[in-house]
Design a protein around this ligand. Structure first.
Ligand code: NAP
Length: 309
């Protein structure tokens, strides 16, 4: 197979920071087109929307979707209808049924749907999963706190319906949790804080339980002005695990046992995308998305002061 010709939809922060440089550094891929309403990318064919890119653009093998989640389903649906492989940024869609439908469409079109969780590719996540596999988990704690003004400046979509609010980063923690835990995790209870002027939560306290009854408390907060905290602590029958830096460093019983590697999350994601295309396979893991949907189902809601950027 020749190089995989890629078009990116939605040229914003993640497309510029990760996708464009990582695609250009990977010999298996060739970036040939972009579709964005305002932004353009040097050296490729630029289009104002995905329709124009698919209809009038150069030949493509794959479409990478980097818009906010509210626009994911429609862009992915169009790409699959045109017979293109799809790389879907997180969170996958607005609703879980949209994701199920996309997988069916990919299977019918004999195309790859790679629904990604970049945090699952962080440096210490695989090691943590292997470490926990034989363990009985007693309890756990997730703290995922950051300053939304610093990390998501100007992203009005995050506060709109379908924008996920604090679960835009929070779903990263949940994607790590579902990957590392040796048994299924469920949502037991949640308290969601919605700013009076927003349709998505700014903070949430969630209680998860495992199938065997271990409790995992989680605190997600966008109002945290200090150094961000992206930590997961797990206590087992014989060890205490401390996974820090968004899954990039693991200490067990106080001793550092895994930390950053040379391969970044997005380098790993594109290696996997090429493998999936080669194998005519899809990769969809809906558990983190389902847990966030469940949090919205059972969560008690309170209104807090309006959010002003
Ligand atoms: P962003 O900076 O706001 O960029 C998204 C781009 O999509 C916008 O610049 C906009 O470009 C385009 N767009 C198309 N439809 C849009 C709509 N209805 N509303 C707003 N913009 C629209 O967002 P981002 O941080 O890159 O995040 C995009 C996706 O990647 C999200 O699903 C996010 O969760 C995920 N992600 C982000 C990060 C991160 O660190 N930022 C990390 C991993 C994953 P035009 O105006 O030119 O169309």
């Amino acid at each position: 197979m020749g190089r995989i010709r890629v078009g990116i939809v939605g040229i914003g922060k993640i497309a510029k920071d990760q996708h464009i440089p990582v695609i250009r550094a990977n010999a298996a891929f060739e970036l040939v087109a972009c579709a964005s309403r305002l932004a353009t990318v040097d050296g490729v064919a630029n289009f104002p929307n995905v329709d124009a890119m698919l209809g009038d653009g150069p030949e493509l093998d794959a479409v990478v979707i980097c818009t906010p989640p509210q626009a994911h389903y429609e862009a992915a649906r169009l790409a699959l209808r045109h017979g293109k492989h799809v790389f879907l940024e997180k969170p996958p869609c607005e609703t879980t049924t949209q994701l199920d439908e996309l997988l069916l469409q990919a299977q019918r079109a004999n195309c790859t749907l790679f629904q990604t969780w970049h945090a699952q590719h962080a440096a210490a996540v695989d090691t943590t999963q292997v470490w926990l596999r034989p363990c009985a988990v007693r309890n756990g704690r997730i703290i995922w706190k950051e300053d939304v003004r610093q990390w998501h400046p100007g992203q009005a979509w995050i506060w709109e319906a379908g924008g996920f609010g604090v679960f835009d980063p929070g779903i990263n923690a949940i994607s790590i949790l579902t990957k590392i835990m040796p048994e299924p995790v469920f949502v037991k209870a949640a308290d969601l804080s919605f700013p009076a002027n927003c349709s998505a939560p700014i903070a949430a306290d969630v209680t998860f339980v495992t199938a065997s009854g271990a409790k995992i408390d989680a605190a997600f907060d966008f109002r945290y002005a200090g150094i961000p905290t992206w930590d997961i602590d797990i206590e087992t029958d014989h060890s205490e695990l401390h996974l820090t830096g968004q899954g990039n460093a693991l200490a067990v019983n106080g001793k550092q046992i895994a930390a950053g590697t040379t391969e970044t999350e997005y380098t790993s994601l594109y290696r996997r995308f090429a493998e999936l295309i080669d194998q005519h396979a899809s990769d969809v893991d809906r558990r983190p998305f389902q847990l966030v949907a469940d949090i919205f189902l059972v969560g008690r809601r309170s209104t807090v002061e309006p959010f002003e950027e």
